[in-house]
Design a protein around this ligand. Structure first.
Ligand SMILES: NC(=O)c1ccc[n+]([C@@H]2O[C@H](COP(=O)([O-])OP(=O)(O)OC[C@H]3O[C@@H](n4cnc5c(N)ncnc54)[C@H](OP(=O)(O)O)[C@@H]3O)[C@@H](O)[C@H]2O)c1
Length: 268
């Protein structure tokens, strides 16, 4: 039986991936902070372990847990993450640092402790959930996009470094997906309606509420495909929005792209 370890398995894309791998007969090590959600996954036969990826002690506890249980891991899905939105000027740096502690250093520290398990299995897969924001930034979402650009750079470096150990690295780049992500963005967004960017952030919170987006099931299917297909792609764009944006950034001259963005976000 193959084993997958998933971070952020307590909700959204990670939960859907955990359920799909279980359905396909895999042993699933599901991690996250939300104990109730972990209990729910445990009742569906997942092996659950509480993990805060941004806390080094918590990551070291995971390492201990994996070692004492002598797990053989075939696939790591680095999915845990959130969006800290707000303008670059107004977002306090400690919030930007927290964004990186989860989305970038959290991903890196879990990966560092899991790589020896993948090597022991004679190879394996690492699947990093980035975003279309890993390819292009956006006004009001610069810190989040910076964290996902970092995920893309780390993933590419790892793919080359780990090729000699038969560990393949893929990046998942979703556009909008219907999860708690947008609601959580709206809870943590730095928003001063009286400030110079009031309009921009107001438009942003309004638009996140009306996001239609793709489904978690479809995103989970693509993660599963990256785990099992013989030659996984380096990158998987998920949702038609992500595919469209990817084409636009490739074909649009940068000054024209600026104009489109400024118009789209109604920046005056
Ligand atoms: N939904 C979208 O539109 C979208 C688009 C592009 C990319 N993504 C990416 O997809 C991934 C999953 O997001 P989602 O849409 O499924 O959102 P979600 O429903 O809010 O799920 C986020 C998951 O990340 C976990 N998490 C957050 N901080 C954590 C931490 N410090 N330690 C451990 N786990 C943590 C949460 O678990 P706990 O709270 O239990 O810890 C939760 O399971 C993220 O990396 C996100 O950036 C989402």
């Amino acid at each position: 039986m193959k084993t997958v370890l998933i971070t952020g398995a307590t909700s959204g894309i990670g939960e859907a991936a955990a359920l799909l791998f279980l359905e396909k007969g895999w042993q699933v090590i599901a991690t996250g902070r939300n104990e109730k959600a972990l209990e729910k996954l445990s009742s569906k036969s997942a092996i659950c372990h509480k993990l805060d990826v941004s806390n080094l002690n918590s990551v070291l506890e995971l390492k201990h847990f994996l070692e004492i249980n002598n797990f053989k891991i075939d696939v790591l899905v680095n999915n845990a993450g959130y969006g800290q939105f707000g303008t670059i000027e107004e977002t306090p740096l400690e919030l930007a640092v927290k964004q990186f502690e989860t989305n970038v250093f959290g991903l890196a520290s879990v990966t560092q402790i899991v790589i020896p398990f993948l090597k022991n299995s004679g190879g394996g897969r690492i699947i990093n959930v980035s975003s279309i924001a890993g390819k292009v930034s956006m006004p009001g979402g610069g810190w989040y996009a910076a964290s996902k650009h970092a995920v893309e750079a780390i993933s590419d470096a790892m793919r080359w470094e780990l090729s000699k150990f038969k560990i393949k690295v893929s990046i998942i780049e979703p556009g909008p997906i219907k999860t708690d992500f947008a609601a959580n963005v709206n809870k943590s967004i730095v928003y001063n309606p009286e400030g110079p960017y009031g309009n921009l952030i107001g438009n942003l919170t309004g638009s996140t509420k009306s996001i239609k987006g793709g489904t978690v099931e479809n995103c989970a299917r693509i993660i599963y495909k990256a785990a099992v297909t013989k030659c996984p792609q380096n990158r998987y764009l998920v949702t038609k929005e992500a595919k469209l944006i990817n084409v636009l950034i490739k074909i649009t001259p940068s000054r024209l792209f600026d104009k489109i963005i400024i118009k789209f976000f109604k920046i005056k």
